[in-house]
Design a protein around this ligand. Structure first.
Ligand code: FE
Length: 159
């Protein structure tokens, strides 16, 4: 007989690409993320990234590993010669610094499992900002209040 560990939090099962547009949290103009699992226990998060513009999105360094799965569209890193397309899996090793670029304004949606933080840098590698699970939670909470879903809406994704 299967039992549930008393300390084990409940699973999260949700429609990844949501029907309700308000669930997408604006990241920048024509860029959104959709939280799926905000992990405050090991410091990381799973989300969908949606982009509807062409061009450079950010240059960033990963202190921890990232796993990606492209659901729709395509993207690349300027530092590499491959293109991640719908159906592709991408592993980004710790220590990588790269420049996320989308070459078509057609919609791109990618699932990312990000450990630690996104450490943003400029062209010279100077630190310009960061995101971690806590800044993500704050962004979600602020947005969900603004769109009427309420401050507690993000809590369902937090563990
Ligand atoms: Fe990256």
């Amino acid at each position: 007989m299967l039992t549930t560990h008393p300390l084990s939090p409940p699973e999260i099962v949700t429609t990844a690409v949501p029907d309700d547009e308000r669930i997408w949290v604006p990241q920048a103009k024509d860029v959104w993320f959709r939280p799926l699992m905000l992990n405050t226990l090991n410091g990381g998060w799973c989300n969908l990234l949606r982009v509807r513009k062409a061009g450079v999105l950010s240059r960033h360094r990963h202190p921890g590993p990232v796993h990606g799965y492209v659901i729709k569209g395509s993207w690349r890193y300027l530092e590499h010669d491959w293109v991640a397309r719908a159906g592709d899996y991408v592993f980004e090793p710790p220590g990588e610094t790269h420049t996320l670029t989308v070459e078509s304004a057609d919609e791109m949606i990618t699932f990312f499992n990000i450990s630690g933080c996104m450490y943003y840098v400029d062209a010279e590698g100077n630190h310009t900002g960061f995101e971690d699970v806590f800044t993500k939670i704050d962004m979600c909470r602020k947005h969900y209040i603004e769109v009427g879903l309420g401050a507690g809406f993000v809590d369902q994704f937090i563990r």
